[in-house]
Design a protein around this ligand. Sequence first.
Ligand code: URA
Length: 222
Amino acid sequence: MIIEGCMTSHTVTPVSPLVLDHPLIKHKLTHLRRAETSTAGFRRLVRELSLLMCYEATRDLPLEPVEIQTPLEPMQGEQLAGPDVCFISILRAGNGLLDGMLDLVPFAPVGHIGLYRDPETLEAVEYYLKLPSQVSSRRCIVVDPMLATGHSAAAAITRLKEKGARKLLFTCLLSTPQGIACLQQAHPDVQIMTCAIDRGLDEHSYIVPGLGDAGDRLFGTR
Ligand code: URA
């Protein structure tokens, strides 16, 4: 299936991207970017960064009161209200961000979407889609480490909306001004959360200065 990318234009003012400004995130991102960081180190850093991102991404989840008993006395605590949240990984590098997210929200269901770019038409083509039930009523936290051109992110979100998803947050480690503009143009309602906005793209659409191919670095492939 061919999916529309970022060509759709809307007149709605886009939600501003949220750049996570935290010393731990900056420190870990710097080590992640280093060419000499091993696969094991890269995985550990992505997991740690995804924990920190998840903390921010879930900041406004709804709570409900619950009566509990401490060892000393009864009290009214708070707990998350319902199975509201789900994660959607854009294959394959998105899976690297899932580990840390699921450490913090282990009960959240996970969807996957796989897209490739047709070399002739340059269109995004879907090769895999499996989503949790009731996606329309859930907060969908979409994970993909690199928002480069924005085409696949925009296409993935178009497809998720076709399947009923309405409350969407796109989270990434690195982004570019072009990628943000593309995603905002296609989906101005979708909040983008990123750890850094890099300078741009090279001639192969890699983010510069970037960190290289996130999937290859995560999975030790070439
Ligand atoms: N995907 C990556 O893994 N790295 C980039 O720089 C761009 C897209």
